[in-house]
Design a protein. Structure first.
Length: 293
């Protein structure tokens, strides 16, 4: 007996919920090859109001996420890897269909994304010891410098549908932001956003608290200036903004004293490193008197 296909509806992921754009706008994302059941799908096109709502959700989630221990954050990131691993076939099919690569290449991208979540999960309870310091001071004091999260980070993920790929590029941009307790508002690849939007389902079914990651599909050229100028965004990662007027974004970010990570291009863009974790932290120095005998 034949049955009707049930096309998937791709929505924004904001505050732990899957929503349509408040403007009602969508744009077409077409397949290039593969066995996907449809030739194109509509992805939600985020508006300025959606961006504001995402920042509000991210800000509300900062205290809870940053207040968890590094060990617990590492467990959550590892859980993302577990769930993604269980859905390898789905993600590989989406990537192959909408990026025009072979299934084996798409599967390799998914596997590398899984490994990357595990890699960053391992750093969650260790980066403080590496990036922090016990400072030598004169006097009966302990002086400690400790990295703490900067807050809400707006991220432009790599925009190309080639190397490193829409899913891997997204994970390279987002994972280091989350390690130290920041929350994120992310613009995925405009041309191939579907794997990132599906990753929102992984976040929703893992232990990631609502609002920690917010995903806004649509035009980076339209959304990014609003995020760069938003007073409640603390940092801006321009990893995938190489094709935009990113200098203007830096200028807009400077008006509200944001720290800005410049664009990178090529297959190694956003490659995993401790520097990407510590860039989105601020060093807090604490003095404490030594005990008296």
């Amino acid at each position: 007996m034949s049955r009707l296909a049930v096309p998937k509806t791709y929505k924004l992921y904001v505050g732990g919920k899957f929503i349509r754009s408040e403007s009602g706008r969508v744009y077409e994302v077409a397949t290039t090859k593969g066995s996907f059941s449809v030739s194109s799908v509509n992805a939600a096109k985020a508006s300025r109001k959606d961006a504001r709502d995402a920042v509000v959700a991210a800000r509300a989630a900062v205290s809870g996420w940053s207040g968890t221990t590094g060990y617990n954050r590492g467990q959550v990131l590892y859980r993302i890897a577990e769930i993604l691993d269980g859905r390898r076939a789905q993600f590989a099919e989406e990537i192959a269909a909408f990026e025009g690569v072979s299934v084996s290449t798409a599967t390799a991208q998914v596997d590398e994304a899984i490994d990357l979540w595990v890699w960053y999960a391992g750093w969650a309870d260790k980066y403080v010891q590496v990036a922090g310091n016990g400072n030598a001071v004169s006097g009966p004091f302990f002086n400690l410098s400790v990295p703490e999260p900067t807050g809400v980070v707006a991220v432009i993920a790599p925009q190309g549908a080639g190397v490193p790929g829409s899913l891997l590029g997204f994970v390279r941009a987002v994972a280091p932001v989350l390690v130290s307790g920041n929350t994120a508002v992310v613009i995925p690849s405009e041309r191939a956003p579907l794997a990132a939007l599906s990753l929102g389902e992984v976040f929703a079914t893992s232990d990631v608290p609502a609002g920690v990651v917010n995903i806004l599909s649509g035009s980076p050229a339209e959304i990014a200036p609003w995020l760069a100028a938003h007073a409640d965004v603390n940092a801006l990662d321009l990893l995938g903004a190489g094709e935009l007027e990113w200098v203007d974004l830096q200028i807009a970010a400077a008006d509200t004293l944001k720290r800005v990570l410049p664009p990178e291009q090529g297959p190694d863009a956003g490659a995993p490193s401790l520097d990407r974790i510590t860039f989105f932290t601020e060093t807090k120095t604490v003095w404490h008197t030594k005990g008296l005998l």
